[in-house]
Ligand binder design. Structure first.
Ligand SMILES: [Fe+2]
Length: 272
């Protein structure tokens, strides 16, 4: 099974640029085009939040238009720049949300790897994330229902510190309790996050937790305690998580862009 993960598109309404500088809608278009061209093609695409930038209903109408070009089944969860109600209104017709409660979370059971999407949005503090008691209980129950199936959890806010202090201030709260639950369910192969706009990995709860880069703009690597909040135009990328039953998951990062044809090690000429 091949699982693609895209994150943090921050698409605004048509005709607008992110900070008057960057065409995030164009970045999502390019990501969709590259996903459709992949060979082998991913079985699913996980979108780990911040689909929109302001979270308005108009943004989600536009985002669904852009995502209509995607030829691969898509599973979305909200980020801190999304508005849960507006996003639900736009995506509420998708079957995987059947049975969702007040939170935008769900499990997908019809693939070799079970997919558990979490809603980490803390609506009472903009930017911040949390796994409150109700959501932790739901996660524990959901993982406990199918203990023998390899499982990927995907969520927006990472439940751990990265060393990028301005992002750590708005991480997913209750990370320790989250990690304790994950540790009780060793079928969890990965915890896949977004939010930080750059690739990061850590051991957490007996498994591997990862942050995907953004398909649009990145956050600079700045480990100074007083590093200012900022973004940078390092290359956009998405993740490909490749699962095999006898091996588990290997994760690859795929840069988005035209880098020319690969050059053959044998002939020194471009590979057809
Ligand atoms: Fe983001």
């Amino acid at each position: 099974m091949l699982i693609a993960q895209i994150s943090d598109a921050h698409v605004g309404v048509p005709g607008t640029l992110f900070y008057n500088r960057f065409d995030t809608a164009g970045a999502l278009r390019r990501a969709v085009e590259e996903l459709n061209l992949l060979d082998p093609r991913p079985d699913v695409v996980l979108f780990t939040g911040d689909l929109g930038d302001k979270g308005t209903p108009e943004e989600y109408v536009f985002i669904r238009e852009l995502l209509a070009a995607l030829e691969i089944p898509l599973f979305v969860i909200p980020g801190n720049h999304d508005n849960r109600a507006a996003m639900l209104a736009a995506f509420g017709d998708v079957p995987y949300l059947d049975g969702a409660d007040e939170f935008f979370h769900y499990a997908v059971d019809d693939h070799p790897v079970r997919l558990v999407g979490l809603d980490t949005v803390n609506p009472s503090e903009f930017g911040a994330g949390e796994m409150c008691g109700a959501r932790l209980d739901w996660l524990d129950r959901t993982l406990g229902a199918q203990p023998d199936r390899p499982t990927v959890i995907f969520m927006h806010h990472p439940p751990f510190d990265t060393g990028i202090v301005h992002m750590d201030r708005i991480k997913c709260a209750n990370g320790k309790a989250f990690a304790e639950i994950v540790a009780r369910h060793p079928q969890v192969e990965r915890v896949l996050c977004g939010h930080v706009h750059r690739p990061v990995q850590i051991r957490l709860g007996g498994t591997i937790a990862q942050i995907a880069p953004s398909i649009a703009h990145q956050v600079p690597l700045d480990l100074r305690p007083d590093g200012p909040p900022a973004f940078v135009f390092e290359p956009a990328a998405f993740m490909l998580h490749h699962w095999q039953a006898d091996r588990g998951i290997v994760s690859h990062m795929h840069y988005i862009g035209d880098f020319g044809s690969p050059i053959s090690f044998s002939t020194g000429e471009p590979v057809a």
